[in-house]
Ligand binder design. Structure first.
Ligand code: AMP
Ligand code: ZN
Length: 466
């Protein structure tokens, strides 16, 4: 299968390190607040990748971290070393201990993943549970001369690494200019792109609640070191594929690569894949921007979590996707139609359609072209030359990638149908009996305009919630 690799900026044939196996690492959430639906798009992308790998018969070892310390607020502006620790920010907001906040939002995060049919990574480790491993790497970097320190922190000296910044393809000079504009200068770095490995309990962080002893004194780790330590511990180094959102390319992943490669002299990961952003009203959605819808926002508006998953399937992972309620509505309608089809199609046969299955496989293996694969599933549903049992057999296979619960569709909702709608439905029944199809269509439009759906089934007309 072919995948686009940010590191080489090309589409590459996947070559696993161990035959038949893939080590996959996904940067986990910063658990100081609910995940917004943009974050969740990135986890759906990671899940689709894992499912496609498994569809191809790979045994996937999937690992993920949970960031519960050290991710500072300045990160959004490309400077990971300034600003308040997000966990502290969450803790202050809710008057709780940072770890209480962390555990609460971690639990909520896994509930969201579950609702979206995102398979859990087999290995999950919190930053606060891997402090020893992080310190070990900083010690190695120190021995090898890649660090320097002042009274605020220990830094990684990026000038010591010839190919620093190769992931983003940024020339050092460009980055210097960019960084200079953004940096809030409250720390003394030798080079603007240098980053913190270990913060001391000093200066603006003198009251930092989470702290650990280290060979350099009490402190807490910078954000990037946790992923270097956790991925190495859980998957070894190098491993096959590292995923995250595009915002991680320039700083977080660039710095993960710098630390891990400087410390151990081998690549961190062979393939780097970055999911594009979800936009809202064509702008950036972010927790810090305060416009992040969360999964609950969607559920409260009577959408299914899987409507959102379906919506994400309609765009390629390398293209931005603009969230609108209209688009979610279309996704809901399409998914409902798929459920309606599988409900009435009977039982799956033992074999599916090889022609459609070959096209589906080709699409998902061409850099995870899920929108095309979804279109092939729809083509199959509409193909009148193929029997329902054959269609179902293939659809259920496709769903092992799509993850839409097609073999377990939700029951048709039975919300009370108002009398006014019942009356329109009766009139439509009459019209159909009289073969007055123009009137029947007009009545259908009237009913559907009120948010109900008219289904003509072998047992007669049925009305349900849209
Ligand atoms: P965080 O919890 O902030 O560490 O982010 C979790 C994941 O969501 C990371 O992989 C980010 O790259 C990703 N992410 C953040 N904002 C968006 C967005 N608007 N659309 C898609 N992914 C995002
Ligand atoms: Zn990470």
């Amino acid at each position: 299968m072919k995948l686009y690799n940010t590191l080489t900026r090309t589409l590459e044939e996947l070559k696993p390190i161990k035959r038949g196996e893939i080590g996959l690492y996904t940067c986990g959430p910063t658990v100081y607040d609910f995940a917004h639906i943009g974050n969740l798009r990135t986890y759906i992308f990671g899940d689709l990748l894992r499912r496609v790998l498994e569809y191809n018969g790979y045994q996937v070892t999937h690992a993920m971290n949970i960031t519960d310390v050290g991710h500072l607020d300045g990160d959004n502006k490309g400077d990971a070393d300034t600003g308040e620790d997000r966990m502290d920010k969450g803790a202050k907001r809710e008057g709780k201990h940072p770890l209480e906040i962390a555990r609460m939002y971690e639990e909520q995060f896994f509930k969201d993943l579950d609702a979206l049919n995102i398979e859990n990574a087999q290995h999950i480790l919190r930053a606060t549970d891997s402090i020893a491993e992080q310190i070990e790497i900083i010690k190695i970097l120190e021995q090898k001369g890649f660090t320097y320190k002042d009274d605020a922190a220990i830094y990684f000296d990026t000038s010591k690494l010839a190919d620093y910044g190769k992931l983003a393809g940024q020339k050092l000079e460009d980055k210097k200019v960019g960084a200079r504009e953004e940096v809030v200068v409250d720390i003394q770095k030798k080079n603007p792109q240098d980053f913190v490995l270990w913060f001391f309990i000093a200066g603006r962080y003198k009251d930092h609640i989470l702290k650990w002893p280290s060979p350099w004194g009490e402190g807490f780790p910078g954000w990037h070191i946790e992923c270097s330590a956790i991925s190495r511990k859980l998957l070894g180094q190098p491993f096959d594929i590292h995923t995250g959102g595009v915002d991680h390319i320039g700083t977080h992943h660039t710095n993960e690569i710098a630390q891990s490669e400087a410390a151990f002299g081998t690549p961190l990961a062979n393939t780097w894949m970055h999911g594009e952003f979800l936009l809202i009203d064509s702008g950036r959605m972010g927790k810090s921007e305060g416009n992040g819808y969360i999964l609950k926002t969607i559920i409260d508006k009577s959408y299914r979590p899987l409507d959102y998953r379906y919506f994400c399937l309609t765009a390629h992972w390398r293209t931005q996707l603009n969230f609108t309620w209209e688009a979610l509505d279309s996704a809901h309608t399409a998914l409902t139609r798929l459920y309606d089809f599988v409900r009435q199609a009977g039982t799956a046969g033992s074999v599916g359609n090889t022609n459609y299955e070959a096209k589906f496989l080709e699409s998902v293996n061409e850099n995870l072209n899920i929108p095309k694969a979804l279109a092939i599933a729809w083509e199959l549903v509409g193909d009148k030359t193929i029997s329902n049992p054959e269609k179902l057999a293939s659809l259920y296979k496709f769903d092992s990638v799509l993850g839409l619960d097609l073999n377990n569709p939700p029951a048709i909702e039975t919300r009370e149908i108002p009398d006014s709608i019942k009356k329109l439905a009766q009139e439509r029944d009459e019209a159909r009996k009289n073969k007055d199809f123009a009137k029947s269509d007009e009545l259908r439009a009237q009913i559907e305009a009120t948010g109900f759906l008219v289904l003509d089934t072998p047992e007669g007309q049925k009305i349900q919630n849209k």
